[in-house]
Design a protein around this ligand. Structure first.
Ligand code: ASP
Length: 313
């Protein structure tokens, strides 16, 4: 009973703002990565291995705000957050505000596998990556030109923006991309989640979002659910979104759909927008969002890979 879902971020994503070519690129990339994940799961790979690999592929794509193509902070620097959680024994690892690595999710995975610490930040996280044999890139190797334009525009308006909300003038409508995440259920019923992001454009250096915070943007427990969130991180931290879904399912016997909807509506009531992907131990999927759209791809019980972007799909 394998299952898989990925997201490429949530935000102001509307048909009028996305060119046909760009939309096709997104759909093709998400579909391909989901097909690969399906094959890996069919081959018997663990959920943790599959979500890590899916997020590596998304980090490699300049379409998304993670790894290569991450948004820039107020200093014009890429600082990334990532986490991975294996629902088997709640093993997890996360890195926050890490610079100069190609795959923050793999550094998080190395931390999880080492089993000593759960979360490393900033220079310490970077040092751990080097100790583990990850290559240190030059800062500019992660930067794409669109991100510099987005930062200049955000600075001019003195705002910190969600990646997908940057497609308002003066940004090019095609410049929208987003945080990434994946959730999976493997052949043995193992659940896992991973999330990776450059955060928000023009964020304060050192700012940490929800993605690397276990229980906020990322969560997995084989007894309940795996979750990867995307959206305005401060609200997802305040809402303890991912753990709250687990808690409602575990302590109040809520269904995944009901728990996810209630958590997101509370985020919305606080003024936050975004979405999440989740799979429960029975193989139910939920992909709710309260933003205009969310890049997403998945397959459920029928094993048919589906891709969607807008709110009405
Ligand atoms: N949640 C991410 C953050 O706040 C941003 C996003 O999902 O696009 O860092």
């Amino acid at each position: 009973m394998i299952r898989f879902a990925l997201h490429g971020g949530a935000g102001v994503i509307e048909r009028s703002r996305l060119s046909a070519d760009r939309e096709a690129d997104y759909r093709h990339t998400m579909e391909e990565i989901t097909q690969q994940a399906k094959q890996r799961l069919l081959d018997g790979e663990s959920a943790a291995a599959v979500v890590e690999q899916a997020v590596i592929s998304l980090e490699e794509s300049p379409l998304f705000n993670a790894g290569y193509g991450s948004v820039l902070n107020a200093d014009g620097v890429v600082e990334m957050d990532a986490a991975i959680m294996d629902g088997e024994g709640r093993r997890c690892g996360a890195v926050a505000a890490i610079a100069r690595v190609a795959h923050p999710v793999s550094v998080a995975r190395a931390l999880m596998d080492e089993g000593v610490h759960v979360l490393l930040a900033g220079r310490g996280a970077q040092r751990f990556a080097v100790e583990q044999g990850f290559a240190l890139l030059r800062e500019e190797q992660l930067i794409i030109p669109e991100r510099q334009q987005q930062l200049l525009a955000a600075r001019a308006e003195n705002r910190v923006s969600l990646d997908h909300d940057q497609d308002v003038a003066p940004f090019d409508p095609d410049d929208i991309t987003g945080t990434v995440g994946a959730v999976a259920r493997d052949l043995n019923g193992g659940l896992a989640a991973a999330t990776s992001t450059g955060g928000m454009t023009n964020k304060h250096p050192g700012r940490v979002g929800d993605s690397p915070l276990i229980g906020a943007g990322t969560w997995a427990d084989n007894q309940s659910v795996c979750v990867s969130a995307t959206g305005h991180g401060e609200y997802f931290i305040r809402g303890q979104v991912a753990y709250d879904i687990h808690a409602q399912m575990t302590y109040a016997n809520a269904s995944l759909a009901a728990a996810a909807a209630s958590v997101l509506s509370r985020v919305g009531a606080m003024g936050g927008s975004g979405g999440l992907i989740a799979i429960d131990r029975e193989g139910q999927l939920a992909l709710p969002f309260n933003s205009a759209g969310m890049y997403r791809a998945w397959f459920g019980a029928d094993q048919v890979v589906r891709v969607a972007i807008y709110g009405d799909e």
